[in-house]
Write a protein that binds this ligand. Structure first.
Ligand code: ASP
Length: 319
């Protein structure tokens, strides 16, 4: 449903609500466009004028470091004005619906809304009330999806491993049940034809349904990382555990079974890259020596996030 809603009558993207059902051609076009915005570390970032005169509004109802900052930088580097909406100090706190908030900000000339929210379906509801030409961009929807994260993960893999995803074995490890990152990354990787996608987690941290597609499920970390080209580690989403009632051991106990150490990483291919969407709980799911080591591409993911968000903003707004 969201997939139809995010297209205009000519089939072009007008919102970015989900990666589910998105054509491989569109994914590849977004990745190619984003790749042109990536610069080597330490060099000046890419800039452009495609969004000059446009206004992008950030509506974040859950905490964010990377996503919010990178959308802001992406929009500004393309010449847009950015408004940071503060839900705490706004009429949302007085009972205004989010749809009405959007209509009010739209009346002030907003062209795009970058929205993070814990309520499933809210992005689609906002897209339904947005005026034609005004874009809603999903920057995190409950545990359901995080499309720009899926794109930046795919871009990071493509830049490290090349465009032929069919050659690759990828493991996503940890709290898959509560992770919108896993949901969008798996969708992107399956659409791009990844050779083998493994979900590596204890049974209680896997979704009970077929909501997340992959080729294999592995309930053991050592077996899960063996022979991999890419290992993506996830944080346990402790803030979402109450909603499912799942018990997950803390600290040392979790690390012992599900933490990626340098020794465990040796089971993967020698040139395996290690990814994590952040925030990392150091020395819980990921040992510091791996996080700071030569196989970690975690900060490349962060840099690629700005490039991906520039590409998405251009795709939706620069017509
Ligand atoms: N930053 C990611 C998200 O917003 C991952 C996480 O929080 O663990 O979903």
């Amino acid at each position: 449903m969201s997939e139809q809603l995010q297209r205009d009558t000519r089939g072009r993207l007008r919102h970015l609500l989900t990666l589910d059902g998105i054509e491989r051609g569109i994914l590849e076009r977004l990745l190619a466009r984003a790749a042109r915005h990536v610069r080597p570390a330490g060099r000046r970032p890419a800039r452009g004028t495609a969004l000059r005169g446009r206004t992008v509004v950030n509506l974040f109802f859950e905490p964010s470091t990377r996503t919010r900052a990178s959308f802001t930088l992406a929009a500004r580097r393309l010449g847009a004005e950015v408004l940071d909406f503060d839900p705490e100090g706004s009429s949302a706190a007085k009972g205004e619906t989010l749809e009405d908030t959007l209509l009010n900000l739209q009346a002030m000339g907003a062209d795009a809304f970058v929205v993070r929210h814990a309520e499933p379906g809210i992005h689609a509801r906002l897209a339904r009330v947005a005026r034609p030409g005004v874009a809603v961009i999903n920057a995190g929807e409950a545990n359901i999806s995080h499309p720009t994260q899926g794109l930046l993960d795919a871009l990071t893999i493509r830049r490290c491993k090349g465009k032929d995803f069919a050659r690759l074995t990828v493991a996503i490890v940890g709290d898959i049940l509560h992770s919108r990152v896993a949901a969008s990354a798996t969708t992107a990787l399956m659409a791009l034809g990844v050779g083998e996608l493994r979900l590596v987690a204890p049974p209680e941290l896997l979704p009970p349904d077929s909501r997340i597609r992959a080729h294999r499920v592995v309930n053991d970390l050592d077996a899960g990382v063996a022979g991999c080209d890419v290992v993506m580690m996830l944080r346990v989403q402790r803030e979402r555990l109450a909603s499912t009632g799942v018990h997950v051991p803390t600290g040392a106990e979790y690390r012992q079974r599900w933490g990626l150490s340098a020794e465990r990483l040796r089971r993967a291919k020698p040139d395996c890259i290690v990814m994590h969407p952040g925030p990392v709980n150091r020395d819980v799911e990921l040992a510091s020596e791996v996080m700071d080591g030569p196989q970690s591409v975690i900060l490349d993911q962060v840099a690629n996030g700005v490039a991906v968000r520039m590409a998405v903003l251009e795709e939706l707004l620069a017509r």
